[in-house]
Design a protein around this ligand. Structure first.
Ligand SMILES: C[S@@+](CC[C@H](N)C(=O)[O-])C[C@H]1O[C@@H](n2cnc3c(N)ncnc32)[C@H](O)[C@@H]1O
Length: 365
């Protein structure tokens, strides 16, 4: 407990120092300027659209070829304030929750969210990336292997898939899944997004579905993606848009705010929906030296077949799961009632029917 508090204090000091240094010494395009370059087209369906924002060059921050950097715990690094550094603690509660999660907590993620929510996005991404048989693919923050398993089918037995994540509970769920016929075997690795415990220039494709927003040093994580993908290889990342564009989760947030207060609600939204600015995402990839950086906003329908109960249970896999566990019986009933009430406009025939929006970053090294 004391260690955890100390760690948090050290992090805040690091964030403050980094922010101060950035204010003093960093120049470049502002987020507002970048935002104006981003054209976000959100149409109900089919999902599509494009935004092109800039071209970059591989920078000198890359690790020399064929070296594997020393492991650390993914904490904030001093390099974060270089050009366009993006250090942000808003995903830390969720990241910690994933890392310290019980098997039951991550099983709730698998049972409630993977099939209706994450799998459709994964299928779309692999289709668009045109992943080919024989390619080598790395999936960063793989969770229960949502993208990795689909990728393994696409690259086939002549390809390779490596899938990494910091959460042992997530990797246990992923690796317990049965092997798919005709698919590449998946090599699961427990490691942070920065540094990645994989060799330099080893992959044709790097994917990261709904992981980037949780990393404490996003710039360093994207620089790691640049290090490990081969020249000419491509990188794809998906990051949720604003929570208001993901109505089932905006409803959960409203219920949390009403019953548990602003601090809990802010921590709930701060994780998955804490990097909603497409311009900020584009800057991360440009500053890591990628070229042909595009950030596209997409909308995909979602149906939670078990309705309100499915979303209620999903809170066990959230960054505020321990706060919910600590509620007494009356508070818990109040929260459940508020969740039911807030979700009611989205319920049709017992199912919750809605949509979610993500920013999709696609870039080439
Ligand atoms: C919302 S889940 C997405 C999982 C998966 N990509 C999917 O589509 O189902 C976020 C994942 O990020 C992982 N994660 C969070 N912080 C991390 C970090 N610093 N390094 C590596 N993985 C991290 C979590 O353990 C979790 O599996």
């Amino acid at each position: 407990m004391i260690w955890r508090m100390l760690r948090r204090e050290v992090r805040w000091v690091a964030v403050a120092v980094t922010a101060l240094a950035c204010m003093v010494g960093c120049s470049g395009t502002s987020t507002a300027q970048k935002q104006s370059a981003i054209v976000e087209l959100c149409r109900p369906s089919p999902p599509s659209t494009v935004t092109v924002s800039g071209v970059g060059r591989l920078g000198s921050r890359h690790t020399p070829p064929n070296s594997i950097p020393p492991r650390d715990d993914g904490m904030i690094g001093v390099g974060a304030c270089g050009k366009g550094g993006d250090v942000d603690d808003s995903g830390r509660d969720w990241s910690d929750a994933f890392v310290n999660a019980s098997a039951a907590g991550m099983q709730a993620y698998e049972d409630c969210l993977v099939r209706p929510l994450f799998e459709p996005w994964a299928s779309m991404l692999l289709e668009e990336l045109e992943v080919l048989p024989g390619e080598a693919l790395l999936d960063v923050a793989t969770g229960p292997g949502t993208v990795a398993r689909r990728a393994a089918m696409r690259v086939g037995t002549t390809g390779t898939v490596t899938a990494c994540d910091l959460s042992a509970a997530m990797l246990a769920i992923a690796s317990a899944k049965r092997a798919l016929p005709g698919a590449a075997p998946i090599d699961y690795l427990q490691c942070p997004a920065a540094p990645l415990s994989v060799p330099t220039e080893a992959y044709d494709v790097v994917t990261c579905q709904q992981g980037l927003q949780f990393f404490p040093d996003r710039a360093r994580a994207v620089a790691e993606m640049a290090r490990v993908v081969r020249t000419g290889g491509r990188v794809w990342a998906a990051i949720w848009g604003a929570i208001e564009t993901c109505p089932p989760f905006a409803a959960l947030e409203a219920a949390i705010r009403a019953v548990m207060g602003d601090a809990a609600a802010d921590r709930y939204r701060g994780g998955p929906w804490g990097l909603a600015d497409g311009a900020r995402v584009a800057t991360l990839f440009e500053n890591a030296g990628f070229r042909d950086v595009r950030v596209e906003q997409r909308r995909v329908p979602v149906t939670f077949e078990a309705g309100v109960e499915q979303l209620w249970r999903s809170l066990a896999a959230s960054g505020i799961a321990t706060d919910i566990d600590a509620l007494d019986g009356a508070q818990r009933r109040a929260l459940q009632a508020a969740v039911t009430d807030q979700l009611s406009p989205l319920v049709r025939n017992g199912q919750v029917e809605s949509e979610t929006v993500s920013n999709i970053a696609i870039a080439v090294k």
